[in-house]
Design a protein around this ligand. Structure first.
Ligand code: ADP
Length: 239
């Protein structure tokens, strides 16, 4: 990472990339980008570039892993070796195993898994370029890919982080802010139900700052949700 500048937030609240504290990075979502997956999506959030692919529901093998009353959801988050500054060693590490688990848990409440007994639904998230906030961007993309696969859902899941940078609570920290900031709060939710499905905190905040971070992240999720729906409407009509 480049050397830390004197300040990350200017006196008037402007951030290094010109954003206001409550502003998301530019967001672009495209549904249905892979021919061989049952559902897929491509997402850019600032410099983050992410592909999500969904396979299934399909019969789960080996059969002893099947659930008689519901689908089994499997989620794999992976960072490409070229996605970060220094080449990342290929393959799963502790971080990606943890992110895979929490991403699955963030999406599962939105899925009618009981409609698909004995099956598996496999979700793959590939981070092609990383710039902080990739777990949330991966969940957002995966949710669009699940809808693109035609899987019955209660709602889409939208996700974004808020953070504390130079004592300010900001939406969607980029890598620089994440690296030099004081705290990071990733959040995922089903906007229609105002239901949070992932909430983490890394670093230190007061209770009031945490509440403000949650408020900002929820506000960000609502904007992301509109973009998710737009992406699906562009592919399936309605816009
Ligand atoms: P998130 O991407 O969800 O914010 P982290 O807070 O763990 O997850 O990571 C923040 C950022 O740090 C990532 O988005 C990426 O830009 C960078 N990063 C993560 N892991 C590595 C790694 N192994 N090598 C270099 N950079 C990394």
């Amino acid at each position: 990472m480049a050397e830390e500048p004197e300040r990350l937030i200017a006196e008037d609240g402007t951030r290094l990339d010109g954003r206001k504290p409550d502003e998301l990075r530019p967001l672009r979502i495209q549904a249905g980008v892979l021919k061989r997956a049952d559902g897929s999506a491509y997402l850019e959030l600032g410099s983050n570039k992410i592909i999500a692919a969904v396979y299934g529901p399909r019969e789960l093998h080996p059969r002893h892993k099947q659930k008689p009353d519901r689908a089994v959801i499997r989620f794999r988050y992976n960072m490409a070796p070229f996605s970060v500054d220094e080449r990342k060693r290929p393959g799963p590490d502790r971080r990606s195993i943890e992110i895979s688990k929490l991403s699955k848990e963030a999406l599962e409440p939105a899925l009618f898994t009981e409609y698909y007994p004995r099956t598996a639904i496999d979700i793959f998230v590939e981070v092609l370029q990383a710039d902080a906030g990739t777990r949330c961007a991966g969940i957002t993309a995966a949710s669009v890919a699940l809808a693109d696969a035609g899987i019955e859902m209660k709602d889409l899941v939208a996700a974004v982080a808020a953070g504390k940078v130079d004592g300010h609570i900001v939406l969607d920290p980029m890598y620089y802010e994440d690296g030099y900031g004081e705290a990071d709060v990733p959040l995922a939710m089903m906007p229609k139900y105002d239901a949070i499905t992932l909430l983490q905190m890394d670093g230190n905040m007061t209770e009031d700052e945490f509440k403000e971070a949650v408020r900002l992240a929820k506000k960000g999720c609502k904007i992301i949700y509109r973009e998710q729906r737009r992406a699906l409407k562009r592919k399936y009509g309605g816009e």
